[in-house]
Design a binder for this molecule. Sequence first.
Ligand SMILES: [Mg+2]
Length: 395
Amino acid sequence: MNNKIIFHLDLDAFFAAVEEIKKPSYKNKPLIIGGRTHNSVVSTCNYVARKYGIKSAMPIFQAKILCPQAIILNGDYGLYNSYSKKIFTFIKEKFTNVCEQHSIDECFLDVTNIVKRYKNVLTLAKTIQKAIFNNFKLTVSIGISYNKFLAKMATDLNKPNGITLVSKNNFKDKIWQLPIEKMYFIGKTTAKILQKIGIKIIKDLAQFNNLKLLEHKLGSHWYFIHQNANGIGSDFVNLQLSNPKSLSVSYTLLNKTNDLNELENWLKILCLELSEKLKSHRMCCLNVSLKFKYSIDKFYSKNIKLSEPINSYEEIYKNASMLLNRIFNYQKSFRLLGVGASDLIKIDTFCQQLTIFSQPIKIVKKDHSIQNIIAKINDKLGRNVISIGTKLIKD
Ligand SMILES: [Mg+2]
């Protein structure tokens, strides 16, 4: 029986909203976060800019044509990261610890056990929205459903500051008519493949019965996507994610680019997400890799071995950027960019080893041991190489 209640939270125009808090005069003006060079693309924009037709991944020059007066910022990724950390810690403390961070501005919550404290699911969603707004001056959209896929699809139906409930009874009405490229997990390339075989909307995929052809076109991925289209998906909110061997994030660029500035900007976002992923697994890495593609088929990877385990955005970016600059060649345009972390170590294990082999560290309170040790390590190394993304779960 599937009777869980899953929330998907997505902070609205997150980077732009944080910039508006930093500088309130940006409010009511079209604001774009992205590179400032001609070939850069929009990473996020506020809702005023969206009224001009500007959207994420659009080339900056195109955005400038649509709205010449738009303010364009490079982005303060350290600040976004600290907001993200504070907000998700707040949600875990105030609402539920059963929280899986999905990206810098999104998370899934399993609220099955806490919903009874509220009148109904909508009251809970409104309470969360209000609490986030009162504490951080940011709005969040919430999708509610019985699995993670539908909750995520629901969020996008009503933004900003929306609440959307997608149930077993209404999911066909709510999502089946959406174009296939709007489906979560389906990128532009996959959408094109599906469109070629006549799958234009999500309903077409759900009802597609030539499963052999689907498998041929999508590989092993087909089953998962086909199930999702039929409203079937995972409802497991992974709060203490398993022990992965490696973690990575990548983006397929909308337009191929050889603009180093733009690539650096994407790299910052990727490193931020990878850092969050590592922290949510309570891990650090001894190997950072840069993954890239110049064309659809060939995949390249360059890596760097580290002498100290890291998981902070600053350290990952420093290494990834070094790799990018090493392989960068103006004559080759990038199609895909990614960052990976491998040789992973659990933070707790690492701290134990370090305390055994280095000078004894006095622990004031047992509850704060890990933070204390991490602070000491960072102190000792003279920079912030390790940090914890979430508050420790007390034993
Ligand atoms: Mg968002």
